[in-house]
Each structure stands twice: as structure tokens, then as C-alpha cells.
Write a protein that binds this ligand. Structure first.
Ligand code: NOJ
Length: 556
């Protein structure tokens, strides 16, 4: 085993991401809530995960489903009360489950009292907690930057005659990280949660907190109304000073897990963010792999490219950082729909993709429902989309003259709502999620795709996830061992080894609809070494032959 890799609880953990609105409804109002999560703690314990990351649970007008926070130290009433949260924390801890919260401090809601004060007048003491600028002499916004959710990144405020910056929706004004008082208020809030006993944070959109000084216009040869502006505010020079300041004032004093959402950080820069001697974050959600999903969510899987990308991160952080391993979250369509084959090989493709990422070096994250192989939703009309990004996109496309059918086709494979439909607990009414009217449509395939049925089926996706988690827990080499890619150029099979001082494993995943037969590039594993597979009769098959979407883990 690599001696320079330190052992930490958060490296050995498996994290489960909960989208509270869609996880479990405890009070029958159609919206998931904290009592619902408590009801399902035993399911999560039985699955074998160690840490629960809750997407935002704080008071919010829900323009962006909780990523627009109006009170950082409260609980959204739809989700319950602070007493419910305290109960969740206690019940989770009793079962050995830890809780991560979502820290959303690139922006707040425009309904946060900080912003209400800030907008109240130009000389309010909190004016500078947000980013206010005069418009151009002709009244146009201060610059031509676009919001990540479509349209201009500036909103005009009648009362004071200035614009405020919002990189996301107009109800998510950006906080001004240059303001030291604002930063102290954020740190105080973070410490308050840590003192309450939460076990860490996933840190939202954190690579956007520093903006290009001077807020210059971008070149605009296409004469767009607003120009996509990532290079003006994503991972800008100087941002690490803010990150160091945040960490030194908060996380550094607690034994917690931190994972930053890191759009724009490449692997060469990653060690500055997560290097163990840097005192910043523990892990990053990197976005390079997300580019392979294609911006329309519909890209064919380019396997050699995926291997290059993930291997670059595996080797790039080896011995000097730690990877967050993930293939799904609440912002991307379901992986089995994007890359698998939901028609012919639904179960096989869901499990093959799972094994592919789960045994790498890093901490695996599972997004709710992924462990069941949940799929994209068969939306049939544009008014069924809830997400602010989709709604803004539809308005923009409509103005460009796109047809409804065309927009629907696009959103069917790209919308974030695909991942946000309620959890499928059973084949019963509303999938066992609620007795009320669900806030977002439930996938009709819950009749055959649900947790209850899968619990009883030894070959189910759910039981495959349980087996993977058990393997990682039992084998330190699968946590700390060195990763090496084999079959580098093969376009069908993702294969890699994990090697420790005393043992080694090989992971073989055929990520295609066709049979595969070839030279493995490592000593052929003995059939008796088979630890895990997604075809029931794999033990009788030679290791160098894989059927469509067949995945196996062998001890070498
Ligand atoms: C990333 C979050 O994951 C996403 O859901 C949200 O819309 C944006 N950040 C803005 O907070």
C-alpha cells in the first residue's frame, strides 16, 4: 500500500446524496421532508453507506429548489423544524451515519435579510456585501456577462438605480467575497452548524466566488444579448486566498469532511485545493468528466476519453490529494439513461457503470435512486419541467423561434428534473413516496423499478450496490490501493487494477452492447478469484470474455 497516503474516515466512507424534496414525504403534503428521511434511515444503514449529504434544507423561496437561501440558520418549513433536524442528526449518529450539509455561499436568496438590507439604500452598511454597479451611460447593464441560467447576469434595482450581479438566477444575488465583514458572517454561520455536530459540508459553486477585477465586457462577435462568461468568474487567480481564509476560520478546527463543487479546476490545480498539506478542502467534484456527458446530456459514451480523464485525476491526485467519485447528482440526467441501455440491458448497464467508478481510489458518492438504476423521466410537455434552468432556457429558446417538440426532445435528455423525480420506494400508489400529490411527476416505471422489489431480488441493482459497499469496507486495498489503467485504448471495456502491498484486484467492465473477447493486459485472474459480478453465472466464464455490459471484480 502506498505509504504516503494517510488514513482518514472520510476516505473509507461511502456518501449518499439526498435531494430532500424528492426522498421521502413524512407528512403527506407531496414534498419530501426531514421526518421522511428519518423514516428511511434504516434503509440507508442497510444499504451500507456512512455519510448522508443533504441538498439545502434551509428556508428558501425555492426559485432554485433551495440553492437560494433566505436564512442560513433555519429549516425550510416544508421540510420540518429545527427540532426535526436535531432529531435527524441524533438518529443518524446513533446508527453511525454522518451528516453533510450543503454550503451555498457564492450567493444567497434575494429574500435573505442581508440582501434586503443591502438593497435598501446605497449607504446601507451591508450594501457592499453584494456586488452593486452602475449601468452603462446608456442604461445597459454594467457589462455583457450572461447568467449561467440564461439572460444577463445583472438585474436592475429601481429603488437605488444600480444593478446587482447574479451568476445564477435573478433571485440568487452573488455575495461579495471581497467584503471581510460578509466573510466573517459566513464563517460564524458555518461554525454554528459545526458546533451543532454536523460532520461537514459540500460547498456549492465555490469556484465562482472571485470575479474578474474591474468586471470588463467580453468580446461579443456574435452580438449576443449576453455572453457566456465563465472565464470571468470561474477559478480566478486569487481565489485560493478566499478558500484558505474560509477553511482556516471554520473546518480546520473540526474533524469533518469537505467537498467543493469545482467547476473550472483542472487536475494540475487540484492539489492546491485538496492537497493534504494545504489545509483547504478534502475533495472536489471535478467537472472535466461532466464534459463527456455532452452539454445536451445525450453524448454517446466516448470510452477512451472517459478513461483518459478519470485516469488523469486518479494519477494526478495519487499521494497528494483524494478524489470524489461520482456519476450522478441532482444536476445531471440519470447515468443509465445517458450512457447505459435502458431498453435491453437496463440492469446490466446500471451495474456495469456502477462498478466502473466505484472501485477507483477516492470516496464514492451515490445519488438517491442511483442504487436502484432509476432512469430519466418520460416528460411529455414543456409545462411539466420545474427547474429554473429549464424554464429560463425554454423562454430563451422560444424567443429564438424553436418549436415545442424540438425543445421537449432536448430537455428530455438534458433537464436536471430527470434526476429530481421522487424516489421509487415501491410499486404502490405514488411509488410509496407520498400519500399526497407529488411536487414533481413520479416515473411510471416505479411499477417494476423500485426499492421494495429490489430488496428481495438477489440480482437487483440495489443488491449489487450493497455488495460493492461491503467489498470496499472489507478490502483496504480497494480504498487505499494504487490505481492503474489497463486496456488503455479499448473502446468497449474499462479495466483497471488496484494494488496494495499484499494484494491486488482487477475491475473489468464491458460498457457496450456487444460481446468482448481479448487480451486483458494483466495476468488472467483465476475463476476462483471472482469477488463480484453482474451476471449470475460469471464464475463459470473465462475472465477474458465479457458479455454485453458484463462487469466483474477479481482478486488477482
Ligand atoms: C450547483 C448546484 O448543484 C445547483 O443545483 C445549483 O443550481 C447551483 N449550484 C447554484 O447554487
Amino acid at each position: 500500500m502506498n505509504a504516503v497516503i494517510s488514513q482518514r474516515w472520510w476516505k473509507e466512507a461511502v456518501v449518499y446524496q439526498i435531494y430532500p424534496r424528492s426522498f421521502m414525504d413524512g407528512n403527506g403534503d407531496g414534498t419530501g421532508d426531514i421526518p421522511g428521511i428519518i423514516e428511511r434511515l434504516d434503509y440507508l444503514k442497510d444499504l451500507g453507506v456512512d455519510v448522508l449529504w443533504l441538498c439545502p434544507i434551509f428556508p428558501s423561496p425555492n426559485d432554485d429548489n433551495g440553492y437560494d437561501i433566505s436564512d442560513y440558520q433555519g429549516i425550510l418549513s416544508d421540510f420540518g423544524t429545527m427540532a426535526d433536524f436535531d432529531n435527524l442528526l441524533e438518529q443518524a449518529h446513533q446508527r453511525g451515519l454522518r451528516i453533510l450539509l450543503d454550503l451555498v455561499v457564492n450567493h444567497s436568496s434575494d429574500e435573505h435579510p442581508w440582501f434586503t438590507e443591502s438593497r435598501s439604500s446605497k449607504d446601507n452598511p451591508k450594501r457592499d456585501w453584494y456586488i452593486w454597479r452602475d449601468g452603462k451611460p446608456n442604461g445597459a447593464p454594467p457589462n455583457n456577462w450572461a447568467s449561467i441560467f440564461s439572460g444577463p447576469a445583472w438585474e436592475y434595482d429601481d429603488a437605488s438605480g444600480q444593478y446587482f450581479l447574479h451568476l445564477f438566477s435573478r433571485k440568487q444575488p452573488d455575495l461579495n467575497w471581497e467584503n471581510a465583514e460578509m466573510r466573517q458572517a459566513v464563517y460564524q454561520m458555518v461554525r454554528w452548524w459545526l458546533d451543532k455536530g454536523v460532520d461537514g459540508f459540500r460547498i456549492d459553486a465555490i469556484t465562482h466566488i472571485r470575479k474578474e477585477p474591474g468586471f470588463p465586457d467580453l468580446p461579443n462577435p456574435k452580438h449576443l444579448a449576453a455572453v457566456p462568461s465563465h472565464e470571468m468568474h470561474r477559478n480566478k487567480d486569487g481565489i485560493l486566498e478566499y478558500i484558505s481564509d474560509l477553511c482556516a476560520n471554520t473546518f480546520a478546527h473540526y474533524d469533518v469532511m469537505t467537498v467543493g463543487e469545482a467547476n473550472g479546476v483542472n487536475v494540475e490545480q487540484a492539489a492546491d485545493w485538496v492537497g493534504e498539506d494545504q489545509g483547504r478542502f478534502n475533495m472536489l467534484f471535478q467537472f472535466e468528466q461532466l464534459k463527456l456527458w455532452g452539454s445536451d446530456g445525450n453524448a454517446d459514451l466516448d470510452l477512451p476519453k472517459l478513461k483518459q480523464t478519470l485516469t488523469r485525476w486518479q494519477k494526478g491526485l495519487e499521494g497528494n490529494g483524494w478524489n470524489a467519485l461520482f456519476v450522478e447528482n441532482h444536476d445531471i440526467p440519470r447515468i443509465t439513461s445517458t450512457w447505459g441501455n435502458t431498453e435491453q440491458y437496463w440492469r446490466e448497464s446500471a451495474t456495469a457503470i456502477a462498478l466502473m467508478y466505484f472501485m477507483m481510489q477516492g470516496t464514492p458518492f451515490i445519488y438517491q435512486g442511483q442504487e436502484l438504476g432509476m432512469t430519466n423521466h418520460p416528460f411529455t410537455a414543456l409545462d411539466q419541467f420545474d427547474d429554473v434552468a429549464a424554464r429560463n432556457q425554454i423562454a430563451e429558446w422560444r424567443a429564438e423561434g424553436r418549436s415545442d417538440a424540438d425543445m421537449l426532445a432536448d430537455l428530455l435528455s438534458s433537464s436536471r428534473d430527470n434526476a429530481r423525480t421522487p424516489m421509487q420506494w415501491s410499486s404502490e400508489f405514488n411509488a410509496g413516496f407520498t400519500i399526497g400529490k407529488p411536487w414533481l411527476a413520479i416515473n411510471p416505471n416505479h411499477q417494476w423499478l423500485n426499492a421494495e422489489d429490489q430488496a428481495d431480488d438477489p440480482n437487483s441493482v440495489l443488491n449489487f450496490y450493497k455488495a460493492m459497499i461491503r467489498m470496499r469496507r472489507a478490502e483496504p486495498t480497494l480504498v487505499y490501493g494504487t490505481y492503474d489503467l489497463v486496456l488503455e485504448d479499448d473502446a468497449q471495456v474499462y479495466a483497471y487494477t488496484r494494488s496494495g502491498e499484499e494484494d491486488a484486484f482487477v475491475v473489468l467492465c464491458n460498457l457496450s452492447d456487444a460481446d468482448w473477447h481479448g487480451d486483458l493486459g494483466v495476468a488472467t485472474p483465476a475463476e476462483t478469484g471472482l469477488c463480484l459480478s453482474n451476471y449470475a453465472d460469471a464464475a463459470e466464464q473465462p475472465a477474458d470474455r465479457l458479455r454485453p455490459w458484463e462487469a466483474r471484480l477479481y482478486r488477482l
